[in-house]
Write a protein that binds this ligand. Structure first.
Ligand code: UD1
Ligand code: MG
Length: 423
């Protein structure tokens, strides 16, 4: 996108979060709030945007390494001041997209349309707006008699009549760079908060006879700002609904959207059914025709191959479950590879952590893991092997293919001796 730069504002104190962690680093469905904004920017061609950071910058700076160009805003004097602090870094661009680091749900299509509208109308400023049922807390878009934008008035400074306006400022704009910095230098401190508001730039541009356009998005869910933990919870459920809608609109059945949580990054194959009360976290990959849940949790690093079944009260993390394998009840599988056609019995536990480090467990093809088996890592169970109910397989006591083990600690069952004794 030649001539178009991007700046993301993330230096705010996040006072309404009452947190020791910078607001934009709080997790939102598997990744920090700011990462959602970076992903949208990157999808629109802004690979290494400028990000304005402030207090407690160290943590954000580490997070941004290799992803963006951080610029420190020395004192958090408001959004206009934040943009001003990147004047030098943005000087080579003709136009600039300004994104707020605490507005993470805007879709890439919306940002693209905003940029397109800005170019097509050759405006000095194009602002993204949306109608909100409850606009409280947001800047209101004040329009003139002709319908054009006249100003943006912040909630805390708005008159009663202005507060009734439902069209709000999302916090996403395109600007002609020269006009923007010229106008920013004339922004005065706000009456109530004593900050320099970027939103005041709009009225200044209009005073100078510049063109300001508004681009209205249809979906208010995209536009919510993360100003409190309640907003974060709301965004989580919006992302979740978005993902489930996408799956149900395609080839995957998710039976109960109200009790199922699926990361936006999870990949799920055709004809798989997700039963209620299931949590599927970041980067989980599930194949075709699987049955998942009810009441199961698939954590990051999990791959479930085609036709596998994961049932109630099963947790899987950093593991791969082969096709046609089953773990249907009360099981924990961590750092484990399960082969094809294996049955993991009720109550199986992989003891993958010895208090210091995590180790791997490998269970082969067509294994029958008996109910209540504990497998202490690192250990391997050969193809076609059987573990008896309640057996405890100790670490490094690998089970050969087709062997049957029983007991605590588990030992290979010598069938010939047993038969003799009975006679
Ligand atoms: C802002 C807008 C408001 C809009 C809303 C959308 C202004 C003045 N108001 O209000 O019109 O409806 O977002 O969510 O812009 N920041 C800095 N440096 C600062 C202050 C803020 O980088 O000195 C960053 C924050 O980290 C945040 C963003 O700018 O990512 C917006 O700041 P915030 O304080 O959240 O503004 P809102 O009150 O939400
Ligand atoms: Mg905000």
């Amino acid at each position: 996108m030649s001539g178009f730069g991007c700046v993301i504002l993330a230096a705010g104190k996040g006072t309404r979060f009452y947190s020791d962690i910078p607001k934009v680093l709080h997790d939102l469905h598997g990744k920090p709030i700011l990462q959602h904004v970076l992903d949208t920017a990157s999808a629109c061609g802004f690979a290494r945007p400028v990000v304005i950071i402030g207090g407690r910058a160290g943590e954000i700076e580490r997070f941004l390494e290799g992803k963006a160009r951080p610029v420190v805003q020395e004192r958090q004097l408001g959004t206009a001041d934040a943009v001003k602090s990147a004047k030098k870094e943005l000087s080579r661009f003709d136009d600039i997209a300004v994104l707020y680091g605490d507005v993470p749900l805007v879709k890439k299509e919306t940002l693209r349309s905003l940029i397109k509208c800005h170019k097509a109308t050759a405006s000095s400023c194009t602002v993204l707006t949306v109608d909100m049922d409850d606009p409280s807390g947001y800047g209101r878009i004040i329009r003139g008699i002709s319908g054009g934008v006249r100003a943006i008035v912040e909630d805390r400074e708005a008159a009663a009549e202005e507060k009734r306006v439902r069209e709000i400022n999302v916090g996403l704009y395109c600007f002609d760079r020269k006009d923007l910095f010229e106008a920013i230098s004339r922004v005065r401190r706000s009456r109530v908060k004593k900050e320099f508001y970027l939103t005041d730039v709009i009225a200044i541009l209009l005073e100078d006879g510049r063109k300001v356009s508004a681009f209205k998005a249809d979906d208010p869910d995209e536009s919510i700002g993360m100003n409190s933990r309640a907003d974060l919870a709301k965004a989580y459920s919006i992302l979740n609904r978005r993902k489930i809608k996408e799956l149900n609109g395609g080839s995957v059945t998710v039976l109960d959207a109200a009790t199922t949580f699926i990361s936006p990054d999870a990949k799920i194959g055709k004809d798989t059914v997700i039963y209620p009360f299931t949590v599927i976290e970041k980067d989980v990959v599930i194949g075709r025709r699987c049955a998942i849940g009810p009441f199961c949790r698939l954590r990051p690093g999990t791959t479930i191959d085609d036709d596998a079944e994961i049932g109630n009260f099963v947790e899987v993390v950093r593991s791969k479950i082969g096709s046609k394998s089953k773990a249907k009840h009360l099981t924990y599988l961590g750092d484990t590879i399960v082969g094809k056609g294996t049955n993991v019995g009720c109550g199986t536990i992989t003891a993958n952590y010895d208090g210091k480090k995590k180790s791997r467990i490998v269970i082969g093809d067509k294994v029958f893991v008996g109910s209540g088996t504990i497998l202490v890592a690192p250990v391997k169970v050969g193809n076609g092997a059987v573990t008896g109910a309640g057996s405890v397989v100790l670490k490094n006591k690998n089970i050969p293919a087709k062997a049957v083990v029983v007991g605590v600690p588990a030992r290979i069952l010598d069938k010939s001796k047993k038969t003799k004794g009975k006679k």
